[in-house]
Design a protein around this ligand. Structure first.
Ligand SMILES: Nc1ncnc2c1ncn2[C@@H]1O[C@H](COP(=O)(O)OP(=O)(O)O)[C@@H](O)[C@H]1O
Ligand SMILES: [Mg+2]
Length: 258
C-alpha cells in the first residue's frame, strides 16, 4: 500500500473562463488529517467538489488508492471508501437522531427503501446506530427529532451519518462554519476522534481551527497552492500571512470563528 492515499496533478477548474482552481497538486498521506485552507473564494469548496466528483475537472488528474478516479461518479468513489460529509439538508428533520443514523446504515447497505426488515436486523442497525451516536457525543439526543438539534449537534449528526458508510477517507467541508466557540471546540475534538484509523481531508476557512488538528496543511489562494506543510511552517510564510491579512481573522486576529 502506498503512503499516499489521494493525489491530484494539475487539477484545474474553470467556470466560463474564470479559473477557480488552478493547477493544484495535492498529496494526502494515509492516516493523516490534511487541512485545505485559504481565504474566502480561494477555491476550497470547488476543490472539494472536484475531489468528490460533484464537479468535473476542466484539466488534471485525481488518483485515489493508486487508481485514476478522474472520471468516476460520486456514488462510485463513495463505494471505494472516499466519502464526503453529508450536508445538513440530507438530515431528515422529522425523524429522530437515532432514526437518521439507522437510515444511513440501511442506505449504506443498499436497503434504502426496504423498511420491512426482520426485527432482528433492525435491532442490529439500532445497536450500530447507538455506537455511532456515542462516537459523536449524541447519545443523550437519540430520541430527539433531528430538526430540534442545536446547530453544532446537527453537524455532529451529519458526521455520524457519514461514518455509517465506513469511510476509509472522509472529506469535511468547514465543519465548524457558523459555530459558537463551545461548538467549535466540540467539533475539533470530534474530528480528532473520528480521524483515528482513517484519513481526513478537512476544508477549513480558518487556520486557527486546523492548528491543533492537521498534520499537513495546504494553503490555497485565488485557486493556486500558496504553501504546504505543518502549521508552524505555513503560518510563518509571508505569502500566507499576506493572503490572510485584512481578509480573515484566522492568522492575524486569532479568533476561531469561520
Ligand atoms: N458554479 C460556479 N460558477 C462560477 N463561479 C464559481 C462557481 N463556484 C465557485 N465559483 C467561484 O470560484 C471561486 C472559488 O469559490 P469556492 O471554491 O467556493 O471558494 P472557497 O470555498 O475557498 O470560499 C470564487 O470566486 C467563486 O465565486
Ligand atoms: Mg467554501
Amino acid at each position: 500500500m502506498s503512503d499516499t492515499i489521494l493525489e491530484t496533478e494539475g487539477m484545474t477548474k474553470e467556470f466560463r473562463g474564470f479559473v477557480a482552481v488552478s493547477d493544484v497538486r495535492l498529496q494526502v498521506k494515509r492516516g493523516t488529517i490534511h487541512g485545505l485552507i485559504g481565504p474566502n473564494g480561494a477555491g476550497k469548496t470547488t476543490c472539494f467538489n472536484l475531489l468528490t466528483k460533484f464537479l468535473p475537472v476542466t484539466r488534471g488528474k485525481i488518483s485515489y488508492e493508486g487508481r485514476d478516479i478522474t472520471n468516476l461518479k460520486p456514488a462510485d468513489i463513495a463505494r471505494l471508501g472516499l466519502v464526503r460529509s453529508f450536508q445538513i439538508s440530507a438530515v431528515f428533520p422529522h425523524l429522530t437522531v437515532l432514526e437518521n443514523v439507522r437510515l444511513a446504515l440501511q442506505r449504506a447497505r443498499g436497503n434504502s427503501f426496504d423498511f420491512w426488515r426482520p426485527e432482528s436486523l433492525l435491532k442490529r442497525y439500532d445497536n450500530r446506530a447507538l455506537e455511532l451516536l456515542e462516537d459523536v457525543g449524541l447519545t443523550a439526543y437519540a430520541r430527539h427529532n433531528a430538526g430540534e438539534l442545536p446547530y453544532g449537534r446537527k453537524r455532529a449528526l451529519e458526521i455520524a451519518t457519514t461514518l455509517a458508510l465506513e469511510p476509509t477517507m472522509m472529506l469535511l467541508d468547514e465543519p465548524t462554519a457558523g459555530m459558537t466557540h463551545d461548538d467549535v471546540d466540540r467539533i475539533v475534538a470530534l474530528v480528532k476522534r473520528v480521524a483515528a484509523g482513517r484519513t481526513v481531508l478537512l476544508v477549513e476557512h480558518n487556520l486557527k481551527v486546523v492548528e491543533g488538528l492537521c498534520d499537513t496543511i495546504t494553503v490555497l489562494a485565488r485557486g493556486s497552492v500558496l504553501a504546504q506543510g505543518d502549521y508552524a511552517t505555513v503560518s510563518r510564510n509571508p505569502e500566507v500571512q499576506a493572503a490572510y491579512l485584512g481578509t480573515d481573522p484566522g492568522i492575524a486576529g486569532g479568533t476561531a470563528h469561520g
